[in-house]
Write a protein that binds this ligand. Structure first.
Ligand code: DHB
Ligand code: FE
Length: 278
């Protein structure tokens, strides 16, 4: 049976990719953010995951308003990153794990989740930046299974539904006949709003309460509907549903291995949180 190691949740702000390309990790603006990552690097070196199941949101690259699935899953041998004009350099393609992809598809559809199955998939900064932060040398040490959750076109799936999706993914991984070591990755957030009158909005109190809840009361955020989440975390802050799905996939218990929170990175309150499976 596959072994679940833990979950890593991280912001994916495009400017991170540009900062890494320009080697700005020690720059005073960036240092408090990048200082949050060495504990993650030590964890990865110690645990050596084989596969990462990645909950992320596409920002209009692979899916656009003409066709926008609520939930989509990759079942491709590899995933190509495409530049979106944020000044992020191209990174090497990511290796997929088709066996795990199809296992998840079979299990999830059997549990009545309607997933769009993608045998080709372009991925954007929501995939490339967290992976680049995990593996700064750009040699991806994990195969990936991307799961895209719609945060672009309303109506969005509720936090409650994303918890249920993550929970089902976690149970499906546990039933995968493999000796692989699996981790979950949730990318996005934390609070930010890029548009409208509240552009630049961040909410430190809410973010810290949300991070704390993932350990002590992990379904806390499922009490909020999408509009309440937008109110509390900002229009793009709803990306925190990726963190929720990744936490749900861990199952009953999780212990905090590391966290860092820093305001601002670009227009975003940035967070990183590493949880060990129990
Ligand atoms: C920013 C944050 C995001 O999550 C994103 O997808 C794009 C931009 C930002 O703060 O600049
Ligand atoms: Fe985003």
């Amino acid at each position: 049976m596959a072994q679940i190691l833990g979950a890593l949740c991280s912001s994916h702000v495009p400017a991170i990719g540009r900062a890494m390309a320009k080697n700005l990790q020690q720059d005073p603006y960036w240092k408090p953010f990048f200082d949050g990552w060495p504990p993650v690097h030590r964890w990865l070196a110690d645990k050596r995951p084989d596969v990462a199941v990645v909950f992320y949101n596409d920002h209009g690259l692979n899916f656009f308003l003409d066709k926008l699935p609520t939930f989509a899953i990759g079942a491709a041998p590899q995933y190509t990153s495409a530049d979106e004009g944020w000044g992020i350099p191209q990174v090497a393609p990511f290796r997929g794990d088709e066996d795990l992809s199809w296992h998840l598809i079979n299990q999830l559809v059997a549990e009545d989740f309607d997933l769009t199955t993608c045998q080709e998939m372009l991925v954007d900064h929501a995939m490339t930046n967290p992976m680049h932060l995990m593996y700064p040398d750009e040699r991806w040490a994990v195969r990936i299974v991307p799961i895209a959750i719609n945060t672009v076109q309303f109506p969005l799936p509720s936090a409650r539904r994303c918890w249920a999706l993550g929970d089902a993914v976690g149970r499906a991984v546990r039933s995968w006949q493999s000796d692989a070591k699996v981790m979950f990755l949730g990318t996005g957030g934390l609070s930010h709003q890029l548009d409208g009158e509240r552009a630049g909005f961040m909410n430190k109190d809410f973010d810290l309460a949300f991070m704390e809840s993932l350990i002590h009361d992990p379904q806390w955020a499922t009490q909020f509907n999408t509009h309440q989440l937008v109110e509390k975390a900002g229009t793009q802050g709803v990306e925190l549903i990726m963190w929720l799905a990744a936490r749900a996939a861990l199952g009953d218990g999780a212990t905090l291995a590391h966290q860092n929170y820093h305001i601002p990175i670009s227009n975003t309150a940035s967070g990183v949180m590493l949880m060990d499976a129990r």
